[in-house]
Design a protein around this ligand. Structure first.
Ligand SMILES: [Zn+2]
Length: 290
């Protein structure tokens, strides 16, 4: 983690140096992407720490949704950065400027790409070893950054060879459009998460299979609804049983259903409402009955 922040700072400095020397907006867009990544990683780390906080009196269900807030904020930052780059690039299209010190500028960019590439490669390798999804996603993302830098370097080289100054802002706009797309997706996924998304279909199937093991003539499950909050998973359901059963017997079955669900789906929190077979409970809104 510390290593990746150090590399991010170093590549950022190299890329800004490259932009400052050459005046290329293409290189500026590449540098902005690094800033966005670093800001996002820092903010994400902060929010993951917050999401891991145990429940307290004011947040009895925990702080799991903090992670969506982080994603949404990060996405918004990315979109703003991309729009700023597009604005600069359009200005440059209208009044083209020659690039300077292209040789040194590109050398700095290539060094930064090599740093990023080595880091990305070691992250993906470590992710494979530890089977960490988050690390793998970070490593893959870093690889796309390397390709962005390669594209920008090739573009600036082409500007130098052909003398087509318009090519530089056009490259910047293409890079910025891709950055904006990334940001937009992040905002979309975060908003979706905040709206209590159902559990993944395969997890839901696992829950249904577990319930089927307990369901027989005397026991019926219905109103099974699921939701996800960050890494936490929730399921609510009714468990209908004969009205004549003692509370002790009903509670014993409820307990074993809860145990089976928790061992089938790690991190699941089940709320099971006990009801007689011929009585139904309602939420007060006919539309939320499933
Ligand atoms: Zn019911």
């Amino acid at each position: 983690m510390k290593l990746s922040i150090a590399v991010a700072l170093a590549t950022m400095a190299l890329k800004f140096g490259a932009w400052w020397l050459t005046g290329s907006v293409g290189l500026l867009s590449d540098a902005m992407e690094s800033v966005v990544n670093l800001a996002g990683a820092g903010f994400g780390l902060m929010m993951v720490t917050l999401a891991a906080q145990p429940p307290d009196a004011e947040h009895p269900y925990g702080h799991h949704k903090a992670e969506y807030f982080s994603g949404g904020f990060e996405g918004l930052l990315i979109v703003i950065a991309a729009l700023a780059i597009i604005g600069t690039a359009v200005q440059r299209l209208l009044s083209p400027q020659p690039l300077e010190a292209v040789g040194i500028g590109l050398a700095l960019s290539i060094v930064s790409a090599v740093f990023n590439g080595v880091l990305a490669w070691s992250m993906v390798r470590e992710a494979r070893r530890s089977r960490s999804m988050a690390l793998q996603a970070d490593g893959r993302h870093l690889f796309t950054d390397v390709w962005t830098t390669v594209g920008v370097v090739l573009g600036v080289t082409a500007v130098q060879i052909t003398g087509w100054l318009w090519l530089d802002p056009v490259i910047a706009i293409a890079v910025a459009a891709n950055i904006a797309r990334e940001g937009g997706l992040l905002v979309w996924h975060s908003a979706d998460g905040l709206m209590d998304h159902a559990l993944e279909p395969e997890v839901r199937q696992q829950i249904d299979r577990t319930l089927e093991e307990f369901a027989h003539q005397a026991i019926r499950f219905d109103h099974v609804v699921t939701r996800r909050a960050g890494t936490r998973r929730f399921v609510d359901m009714h468990m209908h049983m004969p009205a004549g059963w003692t509370l002790g017997r009903a509670a014993a079955v409820r307990g074993s259903v809860e145990q089976a669900l928790m061992s089938a789906v790690p991190g699941l929190r089940a709320s099971i409402q006990l009801l007689p077979l011929d009585v139904e409970a309602h939420f007060g809104d006919s539309k939320d009955l499933i």
